[in-house]
Unconditional design. Sequence first.
Length: 372
Amino acid sequence: MAIRERYIERLIELFKAYMEKGKSLEGFEEVRFEACQLGKKLFREKVPLDWIVGLYVEAVKSLKSEARREEALDLSGCGNILLEMVMTYSTSLIRTTELRERLLESEERFRRIAERSFDAIITLDLSGRITYASPAAERISGRRLKDILGKSFYAFVHEPDIPRTIQAWDEVKRRGVVKGLQIELAKGDDSLVPVEVNASSIIRDGEVVGVEGIFRDVTERTKAEEALKMSEERYKILINNSNDIISTTDENGNWISLSPSVKRILGYEPTEMIGKSFSDFMLPEDVLSAQEAHQSVVRNGNSFWKYENRLISKDGKIVTLAWNVVALRNERGEIIGTQAVGRDITERKRLERRGEPVEKRTQEHKLRTHLP
């Protein structure tokens, strides 16, 4: 059956229903609802608006020809059905036009943002083919946009990273988003560029039709992280091989960290002291002075050089240490404790008490131990 004839039959059904039920409010609303649904269907199937009036006229003629006596038909209210259909059709048209305009505005805003973004914005279809790439993609990839569009995204991914990338895209399709994916892309000059990717699914009519990703060049961040790692390794080597005690405490004077040299100087493993107050290991008569010095650092940011106090080693011996102490600060510059280097000067103090020249005995010690 042709589409036109099918719609005419449906209109005749609505006319008959209206004549039968339209006199009651409930019946009228039922027929009105069906007329609106038919108007929506005509719009969805892109039937021209002028068709609707033609369909109405033909349906009325057909209905009259079926009747034995024309005067028995009351078609006066059937115009309401036409009105509901036309109004519904027109409303759908207006809404669709508004949505299209809003979509165009949204796409224009997206385009302006994408063109000014330092990050590359790329969209892929479900096969992984690049359907859009923002201008920043040229800078990051070292390739012209015309050499990127339409190509498989995986062709630009460093080969070892391809399996992780495919897995991440599958994750986007299933869960809708992936954040912080770290991969390397092959540039036009065959060098590699590290990027961080945040991606989300593109959904249309309730179905995933592609993937949209924001790609950030993290070359400088990667270099900074590597430099930080090297610095931390050097710091670790320094701490592990230092003859002095390198330590940090919190605002209350509790040890946060201690270098391994504390074992040689005080006999304690670092873990035996960490979390406890420095005053727990100090000669009682030196505690008050040390606490005042500590508060001066954490409250006022003062520093101390060659500040001396005496600690008690694990085997009960008194060890004199000279400390250089500065404030320990967080990334916001706030004081959160102290950082100190303590040198064992017990032998030097003993020589001073005996009145012996410290420098001479130190040189003799170096000669005996072949130290520089």
